[in-house]
Design a protein around this ligand. Structure first.
Ligand code: ATP
Ligand code: MG
Length: 221
């Protein structure tokens, strides 16, 4: 379960504090899938970074699986993130010098041993349709293929929480559609909590729950 309790986020700026999120309270359960929309600059990425335990809130608290990650020390926080959270960025963030398979394996290098990681990575790459591309480097993959690798990498440790920030933002319409279906399929299979930020109403419409971030609040649509 993911619980947000009165989450608040301000950024310090030379002109004073810039408020981005105010008193956001919500609960997500395993198997939930939600899309978050909202104007540019409304704080969607900021919220996703908080949920991904990449940046602490200014106020309020967040718990994932009963743990407030921001109470952990640096090393435990990194381990917690690695074990419980998968993050997919708009721009895939793959390691350029590593093959698709090696990229998918990176989160397993620091995790506690859990079965045969290479086998799981290969299975995931097959599931995302890249059986024939496992040894290609990012520069040898198309945009959609890179995003498939990023999805496989986000899922390799079977995270409870899967977060994606405009995962189809850089893709053409048909590729975006395929990637969205793939994400939802894998989410259903693995029963993660899936939260996706998107500017696309078409993508958002595929989600059972939709939110709009506006005026520093998350409103159910
Ligand atoms: N580190 C920072 N310091 C100060 N202000 C910031 C910082 N990061 C983001 N902001 C500001 O916070 C606001 C929200 O940014 P955020 O990136 O969350 O928006 P967004 O909803 O994801 O927008 P987009 O749809 O364009 O990606 C913006 O006005 C941005 O300028
Ligand atoms: Mg953003």
């Amino acid at each position: 379960m993911l619980q947000l309790n009165n989450l608040t986020k301000d950024y310090p700026t030379p002109g004073g504090r810039l408020p981005i999120l105010a008193d956001v309270s919500l609960t997500f359960n395993r198997g939930d899938a939600a899309a978050i929309m909202g104007p540019s600059g409304s704080g969607k990425s900021t919220l996703l970074y908080l949920l991904g335990a990449l940046d602490p809130p200014t106020g309020g608290s967040l718990t994932l699986d009963g743990q407030n990650p921001f109470e952990l020390d640096e090393a435990r926080l990194a381990a917690f993130r690695n074990e419980k959270i998968g993050f997919i960025f708009q721009d895939h963030n793959l390691l350029p010098q590593c093959s698709a398979l090696e990229n998918v394996l990176t989160p397993t290098l620091v995790a506690k041993p859990n079965g045969n990681a290479v086998e799981r990575a290969q299975t995931l790459l097959k599931q995302v349709g890249l059986a024939e591309r496992m040894h290609h480097r990012p520069a040898e993959l198309s945009g959609g293929e890179k995003q498939r690798v990023a999805i496989a990498r986000a899922l390799i440790n079977q995270p409870l929480l899967l977060l994606a920030d405009e995962p189809t933002g850089n893709l053409d319409h048909d590729t975006a559609e395929t990637i969205a279906e793939l994400l939802l399929d894998l989410h259903r299979q693995q029963q993660t909590i899936l939260i996706v930020v998107t500017h696309s109403a078409e993508l958002a419409a595929k989600f059972p729950v939709r939110f709009e971030l506006a005026d520093r609040k998350l409103l159910k649509k």
